[in-house]
Design a protein around this ligand. Structure first.
Ligand SMILES: C[S@@+](CC[C@H](N)C(=O)[O-])C[C@H]1O[C@@H](n2cnc3c(N)ncnc32)[C@H](O)[C@@H]1O
Length: 286
């Protein structure tokens, strides 16, 4: 029986945040898929591997892992019921993929049950990272591999930092102005807890220390930049951005100013904002 220690995260990912990710899984995949090449190259999944995908969400990377481990198996673990429901519905007919609900910090993984653990942005949300990586490490065979991507802090003058910073301040300014109906507009998402968690592995020296403390061997941490696709065009991207926040309607003049912020990033492949991640690799000590 799985228990939960990260109760705040469980609330968020089983509430509106997780529901939004499940409803917009294609959009979120579009934003994150440009980091898949780096993640899967780092993971080096073999065709007989038993793969664990931590914080698998809607399971895009779990399914890709299952295709690579054609004679093996891929299991995705996540704390979010809505996202797991989406993952299961998208995986119908794939024989070597499965999903489990649980808090990866304490989930009772089978000891030595996996050859490789991967994660695309699903390992930042632990109150105690060393405990979580120790638990994940126990589920790996001795010498088993860990590969994950996590956000790098956006440089304020970098493309993503600048554009998202402007969108957030436009939304905040409109939220503090009462509308004609006496209500105010949505606040920018994500909320403070999630934002702090998102950044929890942004300092590479700390990440290395946590992994070594959890019994992992040589830790590699590499910076990778890639374009994240926010929408078909500026209007579509702004609608998506605004939909992440709760609350009332955003005034048209604010939406229009937000579209102007994103227009320079429109390309024939959508609105692309360069973003940065760390690609982290390690091995469970033998
Ligand atoms: C940023 S999303 C990434 C989802 C997915 N890996 C992807 O690339 O689309 C973070 C995921 O981590 C999951 N998560 C957060 N805390 C968790 C925990 N303590 N244990 C397991 N999963 C967790 C969330 O439910 C969510 O699915």
């Amino acid at each position: 029986m799985s228990t939960v220690v990260n109760t705040g995260q469980a609330e968020a990912w089983n509430g509106p945040v997780g529901q939004h990710w499940a409803n917009h899984h294609e959009r979120y995949d579009g934003m994150l898929a440009s980091f898949d090449e780096a993640l899967f190259t780092a993971a080096g999944i073999g065709e007989a591997d038993r793969v664990l995908d931590v914080g698998c969400g809607s399971g895009s990377t779990t399914r890709r892992a299952a295709r690579l481990a054609a004679r093996g198996h891929a299991v995705g673990v996540d704390i979010s019921e809505p996202m797991l429901a989406r993952a299961r519905s998208l995986s119908t007919g794939i024989g070597n993929v499965s999903y489990e609900w649980g808090d990866a910090q304490v989930h009772p993984f089978p000891a030595d049950g996996h050859d490789v653990a991967i994660s695309r942005g699903g390992v930042m949300f632990f109150a105690d990272h060393t405990a979580a990586f120790t638990n994940i490490g126990r589920s790996l065979r001795p010498g088993g591999r860990l590969a994950f991507v996590c956000p790098r802090p956006a440089a304020p003058d970098g493309e993503e930092g600048r554009a998202l910073g402007l969108l957030a301040s436009l939304l905040t300014a409109s939220a503090t102005r009462p509308s004609a109906a006496g209500t105010s507009a949505p606040r920018p998402a994500p909320g403070p807890d999630l934002a702090a968690a998102m950044a929890s592995l942004s300092a590479p020296d700390r990440t290395r220390q946590m992994l070594e403390g959890a019994g992992f061997g040589p830790v590699g941490i590499t910076a990778v930049d890639a374009p994240a696709c926010w929408g078909r065009d500026a209007g579509d991207a702004v609608d998506f951005y605004v939909s992440r926040g709760p609350g009332a309607e955003v005034p048209e003049e604010t939406l229009s100013a937000m579209r102007d912020v994103l227009r320079p990033y429109e390309t024939d492949r959508g609105v692309l904002l360069n973003a940065g991640v760390w690609v982290v690799t390690a091995r469970r000590a033998s």
